[in-house]
Design a protein around this ligand. Structure first.
Ligand code: ADP
Ligand code: MG
Ligand code: MG
Length: 250
């Protein structure tokens, strides 16, 4: 991807407007810290951009390299190189993890991945995220601890090699070592030009990954944008300065 342009996007679910005239642009290689108080639409924005059928677009547009993103299915968006790690990864009983991973790899290839290559890829990915590769034979997320689910999301990111990645509170529930491990993976991918949007309520991940941009969402739109110092300020002071300095009502 070279450029994602979101213009005046509004979306609703259950009769409630959640995104409200939101505009945001991402360039290749950006790492955006997406901040905002709870319930102001951060997860919804990423879900809408990923193609969740839960939301209805009421106006606006999103273009990925000049192509209308909103008319594509989630599956097509994934094949365009977009990946999302969910805030709450769902359990998928009955689906064996390795079958799911193999199928997701194969839809992106002309020839199915060989057994040997698949083994090599998954062994390496399990090692990088600090999970035992025995987990490949388990049903997706079933009985996984919170931290294991988050590591498993990153594992899928490693396998799929996306070029636009949405991480929704990937660090919640991770211990300090796991967080450092995952931050190192993010930094590796950033060095290769992968674009990231990272939602987090803590500065530890941002400290390691150093996003170059910050956007703060309030009431379903981007209320304030800035560089990395804006995220640092929020982690020190919270959001009250939005009202006192910028007249933004939370
Ligand atoms: P954030 O990630 O910023 O905490 P969310 O995007 O999860 O916020 O939610 C924004 C608001 O939209 C919340 O009030 C939430 O309850 C509501 N919301 C999100 N998804 C749905 C949905 N599918 N149906 C109804 N309301 C929703
Ligand atoms: Mg939240
Ligand atoms: Mg959220």
């Amino acid at each position: 991807m070279e450029k994602l342009i979101v213009s005046n996007l509004s979306a609703e679910a259950g009769g409630k407007e959640i995104l409200n005239d939101l505009s945001l642009t991402l360039e290749k290689g950006d790492c955006l810290a997406l901040l905002g108080p709870n319930g102001h639409g951060k997860s919804t924005l990423l879900n809408v951009l990923m193609g969740s059928p839960e939301y209805r677009i009421t106006s606006g547009s999103a273009e990925l390299d000049g192509e209308d993103l909103l008319s594509l299915t989630a599956d097509q968006r994934s094949r365009k190189g977009i990946f999302m790690a969910f805030q709450n990864p769902p359990d998928i009983p009955g689906i064996v993890a390795s079958d799911f991973f193999r199928a997701s790899l194969n839809v992106r290839r002309e020839e199915p991945v060989s057994a040997y290559d698949f083994y090599r890829l998954t062994e390496d990915a399990y090692k990088k995220v600090g999970l035992n590769s025995d987990m490949a034979s388990r049903h997706l997320n079933e009985g996984f601890s919170g931290g294991e689910k988050k590591r498993d999301e990153i594992l899928q990111m490693l396998l799929l090699k996306p070029d636009l990645v949405f991480l929704d509170e990937i660090d919640s529930g991770l211990d300090v070592d796991a967080l450092a491990q995952i931050a190192a993976i993010i930094n590796d991918m950033r060095a290769q030009g992968t674009t990231f949007v990272i939602i987090s309520h803590y500065d530890r991940l941002y400290d390691i990954v150093s996003p170059n941009r910050t956007a703060i969402m309030v009431n379903g739109s981007v209320a304030l944008e800035g560089d990395s110092s804006l995220a640092k300020r929020v982690s020190k002071e919270g959001y009250s300065f939005l009202r006192s300095e910028y007249g933004i009502d939370l």
